[in-house]
Design a protein around this ligand. Structure first.
Ligand code: SIN
Length: 288
């Protein structure tokens, strides 16, 4: 079988054909898949129907599977989260705003694999936005302001100081870990990361966790951050993944944002998510 990547949009995402993820992944195929992820940032594999073991093997192609802090994993495996919304759950959806994963920890994950297990008949799509394309489309003035500047990330939903009131929390099936004072501390990461292999820069401003830009107050930063979020999620840099039975997707967590669309009330949706780390975050920061 010949591995081929078919771009989904002009800026982000590719459907990959010629791969059977249930079969062992050779070193050569693994290298090809890493190169494709680096180029397209989101890879989509259709009709795979893989089990947990195959999902873990695929995850290991891109990095080391992680036990995530702040999210309760599946009982069967501490490195897998069941992203589940039951048909009668009206309380919100996991990941239902533009974000990248866990940017408020010292070494945020490098990417994730999401495996469609049970899908609603319609809806439940996932949106992705290319933060390298967003960076490239910024004006020189804004680039000057952001390049070399840190942004401040705080894990408010998981801390003590800003913990959301119990009645406002999602009662969904994905259980969050809360009340950790470490999540309240300000964590500084560059507002612009640089891929150490390609030299490509991307905006790294997580709309959920970034509270301000370094050297600026929250009040000063807010209008700019809101404007940047709008810029970074424009249709021209985004894609919409319509899940079908057996679809598996992999994304780059440093150069994309994603958003789970909550439009399938009355239907069940179950996905398995694995997340991987690499040793590369220091390099993405260092070259920024
Ligand atoms: C997430 O990882 O944020 C959830 C994505 C999804 O369920 O579509």
């Amino acid at each position: 079988m010949k591995v081929q990547a078919h771009p989904i949009t002009g800026t982000i995402g590719a459907e990959v054909t010629g791969v059977d993820l249930a079969a062992p992944i050779s070193a050569g195929l693994g290298a090809d898949l890493r190169a494709l992820l680096s180029r397209h940032l989101v890879l989509v594999f259709r009709d795979q129907h893989i089990d947990l073991a195959a999902q873990k093997c695929l995850t290991s192609v891109f990095g080391t599977p992680m036990h995530l802090p702040y999210i309760e994993p599946m009982e069967e495996d501490p490195e897998v989260i069941r992203v589940l919304k039951e048909a009668d759950d009206r309380s919100g959806v996991f990941g239902g705003d533009w974000h990248s994963d866990l940017s408020f920890i010292p070494e945020p994950p490098a990417g994730s694999v999401l495996n469609a297990i049970d899908l609603p008949p319609y809806g439940g799509d996932t949106l992705f936005a290319n933060q390298a394309a967003a960076w490239e489309a910024l004006s020189p003035g804004l680039r000057d302001l952001l390049d070399g500047r840190d942004a401040v990330h705080v894990g408010k939903p998981h801390g003590v100081k800003w913990a959301p009131a119990p009645e406002s929390r999602s009662r969904g099936a994905v259980r969050m870990v809360r009340g950790d004072p470490e999540a309240d501390r300000e964590r500084f990461h560059p507002a612009v990361l640089t891929d150490p292999e390609t030299g490509r820069k991307s905006l790294y401003l997580n709309p959920v966790y970034v509270t301000r830009l370094d050297g600026m107050t929250e009040a000063e930063s807010r209008p700019l951050l809101d404007k940047l979020k709008e810029h970074a999620t424009r249709p021209e840099v985004s894609m919409r993944l319509r899940w079908t039975a057996g679809t598996v997707a992999v994304w780059d967590n440093y150069a994309t944002l994603h958003f789970a669309v909550n439009d399938y009330a009355g239907f069940r949706r179950e996905m398995w998510r694995t997340t991987f780390r690499t040793r590369a975050f220091a390099a993405w920061r260092a070259t920024a």
